[in-house]
Design a binder for this molecule. Sequence first.
Ligand code: PMP
Length: 451
Amino acid sequence: MRETNFLIENNARHLWHPMAHPAEMQATPPRIINAGEGVEIVDIHGKKVLDAVGGLWNVNLGYSCEPVKEAIRRQLDDLPYYSTFRGTTNSPLIELSYELAEWFREDGLTRSFFTSGGSDSVETCLRLARQYHKLNGQPERTKFVALKKGYHGTHFGGASVNGNANFRRNYEPLLPGVYHLPAPYTYRNPFDTTDGAVIAKSIARLFEDEIAFQGADTIAALIMEPVLGAGGVIVPHETFMPLMREICDRHGILLIADEVITAFGRTGAWTGSRLWGVKPDFMSTAKAITNGYYPFGAVMIADKVAEAFESNKTAAGSIGHGYTYSGHPVGAAAALATLKETRKQNVAANAGARGEELIAGLEALKERHELIGDVRGKGLMCALELVSDREKKTAAAKDVVQKVQDVTYDAGVMVRTSGANVILSPPLVITAGDVARILTALDAGLTAARG
Ligand code: PMP
């Protein structure tokens, strides 16, 4: 490996980072991560920290999951690539689609379409949702409804349904015909209440109102995360997603559950939809499907939707969509091994138990740190929202949030920041001791940022 200075200089010279200003990355070089072991990562200086970000919500089983590594090695030897466009397929992929049908049967999703990641999965859902309505003789159903603060990746379709201006403004104009409802966010909302059930009902009413205004016969789908992730871990009231499902059903609108983060156990349930007792029409997945070791995703499709495609023998039912890496055999092998380990280690149960400990610990930190305005979480997706004034809920300054992250890192734990939120999404295999370690390091970070 080249020496540290070469790497830092050339990172600044040649490499643009996602979700970062190139100039900022030049002024403040990012940490270079060289290794991962268990639930820890090791930076170029040899410093070992507990990765409370879990890669990027995806390394659910940690960095030493040998069966997944071995499956990738073996598949590289057997068949490193072949396309799954019309006419060819591969055996790990067939086995994977069989396993996924078992995995998601309870959610009513038994067909899969493969992608290279979350943005591809979202795009696939949006496109197939439109095609479904065309197949059903309702070609005017082309519009999408989404939630403010929702995050659905970065392709133009996904960016169009995203609910955060940071991911939209510089790329406009986006898709026409996309409408946003308020987020089910108890801490900040336009309804003057912190009552989650009231917020859920209010958003449902706005959804009905928007449908009446647009015309139900123009709306293809509602897309939503069961727990909003990148928008700051917004956990809706338990009535929210069922209410949205019921409204969709009544108006012939499809429900796309974007479960790129929540599928495979992160909330303590195996899927976010199941957490709320809802069956979606499409589910986008990616991230933890390969434990982050290989870029891969799967869209799961409800039987009702699948039957419409499969029973229509005309060109209208043919899928004019797909990626060179749809169904990559190495990704499929990685996913198969990941699913097996995920089930064997029953990580959803651990996410639920450790999540409760973590959230209780964060609440305790809130008692002692004025900087914490709000604590949110479900399972092992949690957030602290930092404020400079609790009464006025003024968002904490950028340098204060950065200080929390830096000092927490120095104290041995990597956390992520997004706006004024500190986001925690550790591997789902963490122990109670790891939870304590996260809380101790965060305490140090919050204490230092208080000044
Ligand atoms: N949807 C959701 C809910 C996500 O959290 C993400 C990524 N954080 C995406 C879509 C996009 O996934 P990717 O970055 O793999 O394209």
